[in-house]
Structure formats: structure tokens, C-alpha cells
Write a protein of this length. Sequence first.
Lengths: 113, 112
Amino acid sequence: NAGVTQTPKFQVLKTGQSMTLQCAQDMNHEYMSWYRQDPGMGLRLIHYSVGAGITDQGEVPNGYNVSRSTTEDFPLRLLSAAPSQTSVYFCASSRSSGANVLTFGAGSRLTVL
Amino acid sequence: SQQGEEDPQALSIQEGENATMNCSYKTSINNLQWYRQNSGRGLVHLILIRSNEREKHSGRLRVTLDTSKKSSSLLITASRAADTASYFCATAQVYNNNDMRFGAGTRLTVKP
């Protein structure tokens, strides 16, 4: 049972480039979310989804897009990367809502030059 | 803005001692959870306490919740070097059950 799989683990971008962070879960979880973790800031919620076709904004959504076409996948898109988006990104899922126990991926470290 | 605030930011103890970490939050919650993060890894769930519960145990972990003070504590008894990690509290908001807010964490170091 793989749990939550994130790719890539590391990525370096130049300012203005676009990229997609992939997240997949095999637990048939309805709820999926993206967080960013910055030093001394804890985790901040970017976007979340409560099921296929349903997404909503979290605390820091600007500069990020998401979609949920299947239950398993929840990609995070950076359309025009900025140095302020340098961070570690975590995908998490849970059975039905954010209030349930979250299962986290291993993280994706993104550096924007 | 962040919901949970952990205290202390860093804690260093000897193996065998108890470690206590505190979390304060601002708004009404459905539940409060504690997570652990080893360096360079994802977060792992430790324990969940609901808003109508006051205390919960799991192995060497004891969590208390005081909703009148909007605070929680995590006690790790008889600590081991393997407990070295960062610990985060997270709160599920009453106004939006899907908005899970994390604090900045407590960095625990247990010296052998």
C-alpha cells in the first residue's frame, strides 16, 4: 500500500517557469490537500478538494492552481514561478474531510531562482 | 494566519525524561491533532482529541485539551532518542471542517 505519492522530490525552476507537482493516493480518500512548509511558519494550506471535480482555496492560494479529475490524483500547478514560492510542498489526504486524520506524502522541495 | 502556536519552539532533554509541548489556538475547533515530523520527511499522525474530550492517551503519549483556554498539551513520557523530531498541533475549524491549520511546531531533541 503506497499511501500518498508525490513527485518530483526535488525541483529547481527559474522565475517565470511553470511546473506541476504531482500527488496520487491509493487509499480511496475523498479529501486531498496541498500545504507548503516554510522555516518557522509551520504548514499553510494552499488548496484542498473534497472529491473529484470539487476544489477550494485554503489560506495561501495565490499563484497556484489545482484540479481533481479523479479520486486518486490532485496535481498542483505553478503557472509562473516566483522566488517566494521556494518551499517544501506536502500533499495530504484523508477519508472524508480535513478534520479526519491526514496521511502525508514525503514532500517536494522546490527552489525558484 | 496560523491557528496553532506551539510552545516552546525548541526543547532539549535527556533520554528517559518527560517532554511537554503546548499548543494554543484562536478559534472554535472540532478537534485538535498532533503530528510528528522527522527531519526531511512528511508528517505522521500521532493522536486526535475531539472538542468534547479533555484527555487522551496513546502509549507513551498523553494529550490534554482545555477548550475554555483554547490550549492543548502533548506529554511524551520516558523519552527516547528516537523521539527526536518536530511536533505540530493542528486544529480542525468549526467554521470549515476542511480547513486544517497547523502551528509552527516544537523541535524536540532527546539526547542519549
